[in-house]
Design a protein around this ligand. Sequence first.
Ligand code: DON
Length: 314
Amino acid sequence: MTSETELNRLAEQLPAWLETSRKESRHGQPASYIPELAYAPGDALGIALLDAAGREVTAGDSRLSFTLQSISKVFTLLLALMDQGEEGVFRKVGMEPTGDDFNSMLKLELVEPGIPFNPLINAGAIAVSSLIRGATPAEKTERILSFFRELAGDPTLTFNEAVYRSEAATAHRNRSLAYFLKDNEVLDEEVEPVLDVYFKHCSVEVTCRHVARMALVLAMNGTDPSTGRELVPRRYVQIAKTFMVSCGMYNASGEFAIRVGLPAKSGVAGGILALVPGQYGIGVVGPALNEKGNSIAGVHLLQTMSEAFDWSMF
Ligand code: DON
């Protein structure tokens, strides 16, 4: 099937599939440990899919704004790799899945040398935030924002102040993780400035289309789909995609690999970034989460699409 035929079929079927998946959201709830996220509409579900030729398919609540949350961790990892190289990054963070919750601190104490297992759990992403180049937290945040803007194709992208404040005021667990990392000499800088960078990149506000555009750059191995210019070295995209497969859906990554079979990254605001290598970037939002912190309807919809078009990489 050519990409164009596939997209036409997708555009026809997607609205009905989406309504079926939307029903799954009654089995989950929006996150509330960041108080501001609890206001999200629990039964919303939206999707945008982009291909390299600029074709676009959207369905459902694709215009709903939400914050990237953990989806941002893929892109701060890429920026840290561009800033520090592989060696610089992997001195501070490992390459293995944990099997634990995304905010767990269990293994930080249990396993030597006390560096986070991977860059997509909270502890790992906090360590990565400290590796972004910049003399001040504001400079680091500005560099992160301009990188995200370039990948999302939107120079106006910025963070949501209310969500940022809400997380900063309530992030007791992330603070304890960060102090642990400081004590283990993973963080060279002070805790609060690093956390400020982390909270801000988690609260960058997007729609599914932005996420689909960011995913498309990864699907095209780091090149800008419109100009063909390299935005991220291919090797670093390869690293990020591998982490997405092994850890992108946290301790549900194995099940997601079996059911959907695509590199993906979820966030607690209900977003999922997924990609079909060489073909499509996909952004999904469905704020009702399952017990692992992944969008319940979003995962259902991705599984339906992957099965229908045989997208699994495996
Ligand atoms: O640090 C946190 O808890 C949030 N800013 C991000 C966590 C998250 O998105 C986990 N994803 N499923």
